[in-house]
Design a protein around this ligand. Structure first.
Ligand code: FCB
Length: 474
């Protein structure tokens, strides 16, 4: 009898185990973002967004690539005929999930006013089409872009932005909350404020770089508050899914490990780039050294007790991690916020986003597990582009270095998982070559090659490599 009961409980337990596993299988996906892939820039009542403005009116790609390019057409994924073909390619790849973002300016064209039903309906259908294909949507609410009308009201420089975002998030969560299992509130505040906006200087501010950088931290603080507000709302709505925030994280290493100045600079960079966001998100605190340095240049940065309490009380269900490379930091006395690390790529064949170091992905994941109470983590972006790759040799496109990059980073991620990291998914950036922000169409990151003139898609070597990886790990 005892034996039967034991056996029965094993069956029951394993049944539950299997069920629980099937309910939330490991997510093997690919990633994209609205402005980089959609096009359709005036379709169905869409409002003007910050990036529509930056590319069409400021001509922001000109600074870096010497020509004006926009996301007006991008890779045409707003078009259902096109995206259905892309879903087919995803099915053949074998992914069970797709991370994409919503364009706020399609849903509430002026940011705070009337809701545009056509915009909402578009994403409704996309979500349904993905689910019908057995692909779980992972929906980012905000990926760098938002309505221009709000930029004109000061954007994240205006504390009201928190409420405007909350209002938008409410519309999104009410509409899709029951059928989407994974939401991401924001993508990479550090890159948005301390890299992109900082480089572009959209406000055409004459303030010194230090002041502008410090103001970026203030904006990031507001984004963390908006994130907390959306997460709280999501939890109060008692939805079954999960909600998290995506950070770009890079272990910071001294460029010269024998140089004490580089060592110190890299320790500070780690606080700015990683700890500020992780501590804010998981502990409701900020590293004092960052607060002090920011206040030196922007004395108005005074996170209040009640704001920090909000941060401390609201935890994401998972952390989205975008990992490309470690930051190799060298001391620069002219840059108190040490932001010269992006250039220090020591590889022989240079990758677009820094040195290729899968070992540092492993360190990053285990560090977060140890320092932040083992949260669920999802690698929401990981990828590379290499100078001289992506050569079209029909029927495929050769990108051996990217294929190798993906393979080695998956090994590192799965090793971390075996060692106890609560990893729930992996999404290479990107499914397709697309509009790479200030670099326009000159930097390819896709597993699928896109001919930007004809919209033809050609799977690359890395696509087939990833297909093998998924098959072997399913
Ligand atoms: C990340 C962005 C993503 C893409 C990759 C290459 O910082 O989140 O949109 O541009 O870099």
């Amino acid at each position: 009898m005892k034996k039967i009961i034991i056996n029965l409980s094993i069956i029951l337990l394993s049944g539950i185990g299997v069920k629980a596993q099937n309910k939330n299988p490991f997510l093997w996906g690919i990633a994209s973002a609205a402005y980089q892939v959609e096009g359709g820039y005036r379709a169905d009542g869409k409002g003007e967004s910050k990036w529509d403005f930056l590319t069409n009116k400021v001509g922001v790609t000109q600074f870096l690539i010497g020509q004006k390019q926009t996301g007006n057409v991008a890779i045409n994924m707003y078009d259902r005929t096109q995206y259905l073909k892309d879903i087919q390619l995803m099915k053949e790849l074998g992914v069970n999930s797709y991370r994409f973002s919503l364009d706020w300016s399609r849903i509430i064209p002026d940011g705070i006013g009337a809701v545009n039903e056509k915009g909402l309906a578009h994403y409704d259908l996309l979500i349904d089409d993905l689910k019908a294909a057995g692909i779980e949507p992972v929906v980012t609410l905000y990926h760098f872009d938002y309505p221009m009308a709000l930029v004109q009201k000061g954007g994240w420089g205006n504390p009201e932005m928190i409420n405007w975002y909350k209002n938008y998030a409410e519309v999104v969560l009410k509409r899709y909350g029951k059928k989407v299992k994974y939401f991401i509130t924001f993508n990479e505040p550090y890159i948005e404020f301390m890299v992109a906006e900082y480089l572009i200087n959209m406000e055409q501010s004459k303030e010194p770089n230090t002041v502008r950088f410090a103001k970026g931290i203030q904006k990031a603080h507001r984004q963390l508050l908006a994130n907390a507000a959306a997460i709280k709302m999501f939890h109060e709505m008692n939805l079954k899914g999960q909600i998290g925030m995506t950070l770009n994280l890079s272990p910071c290493l001294p460029l010269d490990s024998n140089n004490p100045k580089d060592i110190k600079a890299s320790e500070f960079e780690d606080k700015l780039l990683n700890k500020f966001f992780l501590d804010g998100l998981f502990k409701g605190t900020y590293p004092q050294q960052v607060v002090d340095s920011v206040q030196k240049y922007d004395p108005s940065f005074q996170p209040s007790g009640s704001e920090m309490k909000i941060l401390a009380e609201t935890k994401p269900d998972f952390l989205g991690i975008n990992y490309y490379a470690p930051a190799l930091v060298s001391y620069d006395e002219k840059a108190p916020f040490a932001s010269t690390w992006m250039d220090n790529n020591t590889d022989k064949v240079k990758s677009h986003n820094g040195p290729v170091r899968p070992d540092e992905l492993y360190h990053l994941l285990t560090r977060i597990k140890n320092d932040y109470g083992s949260p669920k983590m999802m690698i929401t972006e990981n990828g590379a582009g290499f100078e001289g790759e992506d050569i079209k040799v029909k029927p495929i496109v050769k990108d051996p270095l990217r294929a190798d990059f993906i393979q080695r980073h998956v090994v590192a991620a799965l090793k971390a998982k075996t060692d106890g990291v609560n990893l729930i998914g992996y999404f290479p950036w990107s499914g397709w070559d697309n509009f790479e922000w200030v670099f326009g169409y000159t930097k390819r990151f896709g597993l699928i090659y896109v001919d930007f003139e004809t919209q033809e898609r050609i799977p690359k070597q890395s696509y087939f490599e990833y297909q093998k990886i998924i098959k072997a790990n399913k």
